[in-house]
Design a protein. Sequence first.
Length: 295
Amino acid sequence: MNKAAMLKMTLSMAIFGSIGFFTGKTGIPAIELVFVRCICATLFLGALWVITGQHKTEIWEKKEIVQILLCGIFLVLNWVFLFKAFEVTSITIAITIYNLAPIFVLLLGTLFLKERMTWNSLIAVLICFLGSMLIVGINTVQSISDFLGSGFVWALLSAFCYAMTMLLGKGVNQLSAYAMTFVQTSIGILILLPFLNFTLFQGLTTTNWLYIIGTGLIHTGFVYYLFFDSLRKLTTGVISALVFIDPVVAILLDTLILDFRPTFLQSLGILLIFGGIIYTLIKPNKQQGPEGIEA
């Protein structure tokens, strides 16, 4: 087992777990925040790319370039949808729904990669679906507009885009993590530029800017370098376990610092979702053996 890769993945997940807390302190909405993060990350990763000399040894293949471009689009949409969810619902609920991404990977693999879904996987999907319904609160949703405004849909879209990012990023083996993330964040700048409202940056405090730049340099540049650099060096089983550090940190910050208190049904839904995800990830690993699938 690659211990350095495990450390990088652990650190990236722990830092990313605080993103919801940082987002609430920036004072700007989702699109503008993601735009600034993309700028900071592009400059940060571009500098590292040149300093390390990695840019001179890159092997550019057309197939991987297309994958990276698509991966970048889904990565940016993933951020926008997640931050929109943070705006209208609690960090705990948003991050719980967001972590349904492995379930989406399972469903997408069944639909498009012709992978057979086992009974264990189907049970896990149903458990996660029930948990999702308990979290959003069926009895509190009186109309479609209420449902769309609950934050559930934004978090769900974010989970789907995150799943696509994982699937597409997994197939990139030639380019370095510097090149891959640099290209993706550069794409984010181009995609989001036409939708920006620059007046929202007026009147921001020094504290707001510190949190904004912090999310750009640390949560985007540094974290995604660590994430993609370790992704290809760890097995699926190890990755599946380490990604749970993210929601644990997020929920701890939400409950201890922001004083969020979920209802009984929401708490039950959270337990069902994480239970279903753990079940569908661990059960196949026990059947396949310790090697798993290379990430």
